[in-house]
Design a protein around this ligand. Structure first.
Ligand SMILES: C[S@@+](CC[C@H](N)C(=O)[O-])C[C@H]1O[C@@H](n2cnc3c(N)ncnc32)[C@H](O)[C@@H]1O
Length: 257
């Protein structure tokens, strides 16, 4: 397709009509992609955390990147390589947004569980935003994310959090209509469960930002959105415990307990 010039509003509007967008991404001073306004408020804490970070020369992975709002931001902040993956590729991003911004983002249709260290390598920064609560295998996902993050690297995780008293580390795993969102949303750690689980994967939480979502949860449930900026710290990662958890036959658990 012919990519419109940044100032050619009629041609931009015509191009936008072909696609469905999730993110609201400014295209020029007058026009933006027609994303879902209800989700826009979830983006501010993430953009705030990104604003504090140095992306210069960094290799960045955006898991569940959708239309690429955060991938584009990482590129704008100087990342040398940005890989965006999503199990449902945004055609609007690939056909229109990436060429429109003359971006070098590598956007691929790929699921998180198909990522691995051998083929994808390690990243300096991983963005894992609005995806964890959709996953049925959250611990496997956190393991993959941790493995793909370089030592000292930064993870920004954004997810729905079950807000309780935090006396215990909990994972709320509702099925069907019991989900505070909709049936694809099945994984809600409480704050302690999230922070402690991240630590067990060698991910130390440096800063947290919570916002409430009064319009999205029912009256008796307390789900907030949490943005966690974490740093990979191998000192927190107990390889012997991980060998036990993954059932690796070479672990030497009995001898040491
Ligand atoms: C709620 S949207 C969040 C989009 C974006 N990260 C944001 O925060 O605005 C969740 C995205 O994750 C993608 N997704 C869900 N499960 C995935 C998986 N296992 N691997 C990769 N992407 C996934 C969905 O297709 C969707 O685009």
């Amino acid at each position: 397709m012919n990519i419109p010039n940044q100032n050619d509003d009629p041609a931009i509007l015509q191009a936008l009509e072909k696609y469905k967008f999730y993110h609201i991404i400014p295209l020029n001073e007058r026009l933006s992609t027609p994303g879902v306004p209800g989700f826009a408020k979830l983006h501010s804490p993430v953009l705030r955390q990104m604003g504090k970070m140095d992306f210069q020369q960094k290799r960045v992975l955006d898991i569940g990147c959708r239309d690429g709002l955060f991938s584009l931001q990482a590129e704008r902040q100087g990342a040398k390589e940005v890989v965006g993956i999503d199990s449902c590729l945004s055609i609007g991003a690939v056909e229109f947004l990436i060429p429109f911004f003359k971006s070098k983002i590598q956007m691929k249709e790929k699921g998180l569980f198909d990522l691995n260290l051998d083929s994808d390598g390690q990243f300096d920064i991983i963005l894992f935003l609005g995806v964890l609560y959709h996953l049925r295998y959250p611990f496997n996902a956190l393991k993959i994310v941790s493995d793909l993050l370089a030592p000292g690297g930064i993870l920004i995780l954004e997810t729905g959090i079950f807000a309780d008293s935090d006396r215990h580390a909990l994972l709320h795993c509702p099925i069907g209509t019991e989900s505070p969102y909709e049936p694809s949303s099945v994984t809600f750690f409480n704050r302690k469960g999230m922070v402690d689980s991240l630590a067990s994967f060698g991910l130390k939480v440096l800063e947290t930002d919570y916002i409430t979502e009064q319009d999205r949860h029912s009256s008796d449930e307390k789900v907030v959105r949490g943005t966690f900026r974490c740093q990979k710290n191998l000192d927190l990662y107990d390889s012997q415990l991980h060998r036990y958890w993954t059932g690796n036959p070479h672990q030497n658990w009995r001898k040491t307990t």
